[in-house]
Design a protein around this ligand. Structure first.
Ligand code: TRP
Length: 450
C-alpha cells in the first residue's frame, strides 16, 4: 500500500489544525452570536464550553485518529470490535460535507467582496452599500459561481496532499491572517468612541443569559473547534506518534479563542464608533462593516480602502484553511476506501458540496427554497450546529470514554507513559461524565424537556 501522508513538523500540526479551527466561525459567526446574545455574558459561557467540552472532545477525536492512522470511518471501525461505531465516522463525513456546502456560500461572498473592495466598488453612501449586497445576493448566478469557485480552490489545495497542500497552505495563510487581524484590531480600537465597543465585549450583562445562550455557545464552540465531524480525527491521523495530544489541543483551543475575541475587538469598536447596532446578525460583515469602514475612515479614503481590502482578505484566508479541512474528511475517506488516487477521489466531495452550495446559495438569494420553513442555507446551519455536531461529539465522548479499552486511550493520551499522567484521570472523568451529560442537558433543554 502507498505510504500515507503526514504532517512534517510540530508547527505544521498546530498551524494546520488551528487553520481548520480558525475560520468564518471566528471572524464572522462568533461576533454576531456575541452581538445577539448580549456580549460578554455569552463569551463567558462560551469559554466554559471550550474548557469543559471542547478540549476533552478534541482530545477524544485525536485519540481515535492518531491511534488508527486512517480515515474517519475506518478509524472508528478499527476500534469498534464489530460494533457499528463506524456510523459515527460516517455521520462525521456527512456533516463535514454538508458544512462545506453552505460554508462555501459565505466564503464565496467574501471572495466577491474582496475583489469588489480591491476594485473600489464598496464605496458610496450607506444606501449604496446596502443595495450592493441586495443586488449581489439576489443575482441568480454570481453568488453561485463564487461559492463553487471557492470549493474548486479548496479542491486544488487538497489534491496536493497533506504536506505539500494542507500544511504548506496553513503555514503561509495563518501567520498572514494573524498579522491582518492585529492591524485591523488596532485600527478599530483607535477610532473615537471605540471604548463603548470594548465595554460591550467585556462587561457581562447576565440578564441576557437564557436557554438560547447555552445552546448557541455550545453549538458555536463545537463549530469553532471543528468538533463533532471527524475533521480533527482525520487530521490527527496525520499527526506523528510523538505529538503531545493534550498540549496540542490546548494550544489550538487557545489560538482559536484568542482569534475569536480579537475578531470581536476588530468589529465592535468600529461598529460602536459609528453608532451601528452590534446585533445585526449575519449581515454584519457584508452590510454593516463596509459602511463602518467608510464612515470611520471618512477623512482618509485610502485608509478606508486599505482596511476593507485587508478585512476581506482576512475572511477569505480564514475560510480557506477551514474549507480545506472539511474537504479532507471526505477526500481521505474516498481515497482510502475506494482505492482511488487523490486526484480523483477529491472530486467526490467537491461535486457533492458544490451541488449543495448551489441550492443553499439560491435559497438565500434568487429563489425561495425552504425546508421546514427555513431557507435551505439556514436549515443546513441549524441542522449541523444544533444537532449533528453535538451528536457527533456526544458519541465520540461515549466511544472514547466508555467503549475503547482504557489502555489504548491511556497510551495515546500519555504517548506510552511519557507525559500527562497526572491529567489522565481528570481527562477520563471529563469524557465519561462531564461532556456527555452537558451535551445531553443542553439538548434536552432545547427540546423543552427540561
Ligand atoms: N472551525 C471552522 C470555523 O470556525 C469551521 C470548520 C472547519 C468546521 N472544519 C469544520 C466546522 C468541521 C465543523 C466541522 O469556521
Amino acid at each position: 500500500m502507498k505510504e500515507r501522508g503526514s504532517f512534517g513538523s510540530k508547527l505544521g500540526i498546530v498551524l494546520a489544525t488551528a487553520g481548520s479551527a480558525v475560520g468564518l466561525g471566528n471572524v464572522w459567526r462568533f461576533p454576531y452570536m456575541t452581538g445577539e446574545n448580549g456580549g460578554a455574558a455569552f463569551i463567558l459561557v462560551y469559554i466554559v464550553c471550550i474548557l469543559l467540552l471542547g478540549i476533552p472532545g478534541m482530545i477524544g477525536e485525536f485519540v481515535v485518529g492518531r491511534y488508527a492512522q486512517t480515515n474517519a470511518a475506518r478509524a472508528y471501525d478499527i476500534l469498534s470490535r464489530g460494533k457499528p461505531w463506524k456510523l459515527v465516522g460516517y455521520l462525521g463525513i456527512l456533516t463535514g460535507t454538508i458544512i462545506l456546502g453552505f460554508y462555501a456560500v459565505v466564503a464565496g461572498w467574501c471572495l466577491e467582496y474582496l475583489l469588489a473592495s480591491i476594485a473600489g466598488q464598496l464605496q458610496g453612501d450607506a444606501e449604496a452599500v446596502k443595495n450592493y449586497f441586495a443586488t449581489f445576493s439576489s443575482n441568480p448566478l454570481k453568488p453561485v459561481i463564487w461559492g463553487v469557485a471557492f470549493i474548486l480552490v479548496t479542491h486544488v489545495v487538497v489534491i496536493f496532499g497533506v504536506r505539500k497542500g494542507i500544511e504548506r497552505a496553513s503555514k503561509w495563510l495563518m501567520p498572514i491572517l494573524l498579522i491582518l487581524l492585529l492591524v485591523l484590531v488596532v485600527a478599530s480600537c483607535l477610532l473615537p468612541n471605540a471604548m463603548e465597543g470594548v465595554r460591550f465585549l467585556f462587561e457581562p450583562d447576565f440578564s441576557k443569559v437564557n436557554r438560547r445562550v447555552f445552546l448557541d455557545a455550545l453549538g458555536q464552540a463545537f463549530f469553532s473547534l471543528s468538533l463533532g465531524t471527524a475533521c480533527l480525527c482525520t487530521y490527527a491521523s496525520y499527526f506523528s506518534k510523538t505529538t503531545n495530544l493534550l498540549r496540542s489541543a490546548g494550544q489550538i483551543a487557545l489560538l482559536d479563542t484568542v482569534i475569536a475575541i480579537l475578531s470581536g475587538l476588530m468589529i465592535f469598536p468600529a461598529a460602536f464608533s459609528v453608532g451601528v447596532n452590534p446585533d445585526s446578525g449575519p449581515s454584519l460583515i457584508f452590510i454593516t462593516l463596509p459602511n463602518v469602514f467608510q464612515q470611520a475612515f471618512g477623512g482618509f479614503p485610502f485608509a478606508g480602502y486599505l482596511i476593507s481590502v485587508m478585512f476581506y482578505a482576512l475572511l477569505v484566508f480564514a475560510a480557506l484553511t477551514s474549507t480545506i479541512s472539511m474537504h479532507e474528511i471526505g477526500t481521505a475517506f474516498f481515497t482510502e476506501e475506494f482505492h482511488l488516487p487523490r486526484m480523483k477521489s477529491a472530486w467526490i466531495p467537491t461535486f457533492i458540496a458544490s451541488v449543495l452550495c448551489v441550492f443553499c446559495s439560491l435559497s438565500v438569494g434568487a429563489y425561495d427554497i425552504q425546508v421546514l420553513g427555513l431557507p435551505l442555507m439556514d436549515f443546513c446551519d441549524m441542522l449541523t450546529a444544533d444537532y449533528m455536531l453535538p451528536l457527533g461529539g456526544f458519541f465520540t465522548c461515549m466511544f472514547v470514554g466508555w467503549y475503547i479499552p482504557k489502555k489504548i486511550v491511556h497510551t495515546e493520551f500519555t504517548n506510552e507513559g511519557q507525559f500527562n499522567h497526572r491529567f489522565f484521570n481528570t481527562y477520563l472523568f471529563a469524557v465519561r461524565y462531564v461532556c456527555p451529560i452537558a451535551i445531553m442537558l443542553v439538548f434536552l433543554h432545547q427540546l423543552g424537556v427540561i
